[in-house]
Each structure stands twice: as structure tokens, then as C-alpha cells.
Design a protein around this ligand. Sequence first.
Ligand code: THG
Length: 273
Amino acid sequence: MFIIGELINGMYANISRAIKAKDKAIIQKIALLQLDNGADALDVNCGPASVDPVNDMRWLVESIREVTDVELAIDSSKPKVIASGIEAAKRGTIINSVSADIEKMDALVPLAVKSGSKLIALAMSAKGIPGNKEQRLELAALIVTECDGKGFDLSRLYIDPVVLPVNVAQVQIKEILDSIGDFKILSAPPPKTIVGLSNISQGSSGRSLINRTFLAMALSAGLDAAILDPTDKELMDSLITAETLLNRRIYCDSYLDTYKKKGKNAPKKFSQA
Ligand code: THG
């Protein structure tokens, strides 16, 4: 599975403080920590409290680019902020995200084509988050049609069913898992699938257990990528174990040690997934 580290997000108090103080060292340390723990790419989000997100995004990306060439998921609901992050990163970029709204897709799909970025698209629209899997599939179909029509390579499209917290939307969790399989029927090559994993446990206690249990279920449903906390060791062990049980990795008695990414700041190359 393609792992995007979630920790550089202004939602976290330490990151929010570092952005305000323009403290590069904290950002760079958390970037490298996530790579050392198995992240293939890093999410970059300046958070809801930023008063100047265009410049904060540029500063975050430039700070990270001083220490790594790894892929960066430029995470904002504002196209202007995404454009600023893409420009600063130069290459190895993922647009996170576009919603299933024509004006958003008109702005961001051509940017993805032009910049050679991968694209994460949310199965939600300005009308809100869908209430069931049929609505999610309908929005995903619109996304695939628009991306294909605009010349975007569908093997680089990641559709996100939009994970809701179990404490507010328990009846939807099974539907969200079903959507991961449903999206695969939309095109050939099929779109890839992604979730923001930690959404599932927001506001709950025992978050790590909820996260890793949902991840194992989502992997079984065919999930290709996730934005998650790679420093959560039990989560990463569950991920490797689930992938081994699903025959996505070769089993051996020491499979956990074998597959834990060691070495300083792996990966060195852009990941293919
Ligand atoms: N899909 C896509 N992108 C996303 C999301 C998604 N980006 C953002 C988010 N969701 C994924 N990243 C996070 C990062 C942090 C948390 C949840 C998801 C989180 N933060 C703590 C909280 O809110 O309780 C912050 C508090 C703290 O610990 O300091 O849970 O779904 N495409």
C-alpha cells in the first residue's frame, strides 16, 4: 500500500505553532521521522487556523524540500493554495484534493495534467458528504468522466470515499468499505482508492485500535493508499500483517522485521504506487 504520512498538518498543535513561528527545524524533523517509519509520501496541510495559507503552504513545502525529494500531497480545499504548493515543490506532487464539483475539477484537473501530479479526488460535492454508497459511486463516476475527458491518466487518480468518524456516522462505515470495491468498476484502468484513516476515530477513545482495525478491513476491500500516522507502530504492524494475509507480501517467519522499513529517511526514489 502507498503510505502518505499525515503529521504535517496545522490540525496538530505543534505544526500550527511551527508555522506561526516559521520554525523550519520542527517541520523537517517530522518529515524525516515519518519517512524513517515507512511513509512513501508526506501530506502537507497548513490547517484551518492559517490566516495566509498561500504563503504558509509555500513555506512548508520549501522547508520540507530542503531535506527530502519525496512525493508531497499538497492538501487544501483552496485551488490557490494547492497551486502555490505545487509550484514550490517543483516535482513529485500529489494534488489533495479535488471534490466532485465542475468548477473545482475545471481548475485542478488541468493543473494535475500540466504539473504531472497525481490527483486525489473526494467522493463529495458542494452539496455535502454522501449519505450512502450509491451517492458515493455516482460522484466517483462524475470524477472519472471529467478526468478522462481532460486527458488525465486514470492510473494516477486516487478516489477517496470520505471516511467519517465512527462516533457520528456508525451506519456509514460498512458503506464506505463497500465503496472501495465499487470504485474499481468505473474504468479501465480502474482508479486507485485512498482514505484519510484517522478520520475514523476522531472524537473516540482508543483511537489506534479503531484505526488499525478499519485499515485491515479497508485493505481487504482493496484499498491502494492511505493518509495515516506512520509513527503508530501497532498500526504499521497491522498494515504489514494484513497485506501478508492478503498475499500482497511474501510470508516468512520474520515477515514483520523483513518488511519494516529501516535505514535513514527511506525511500530514496519516488514510489510507483
Ligand atoms: N482525505 C484526504 N485528505 C485528508 C483527509 C481525508 N487530509 C486531512 C485528513 N483527512 C487526514 N489527516 C488527518 C490528520 C490528523 C487527524 C486526522 C486526519 C487527527 N488529528 C487530531 C484530531 O483531530 O483529533 C489533532 C489533535 C492532535 O492530536 O493534536 O485526528 O480524509 N484526501
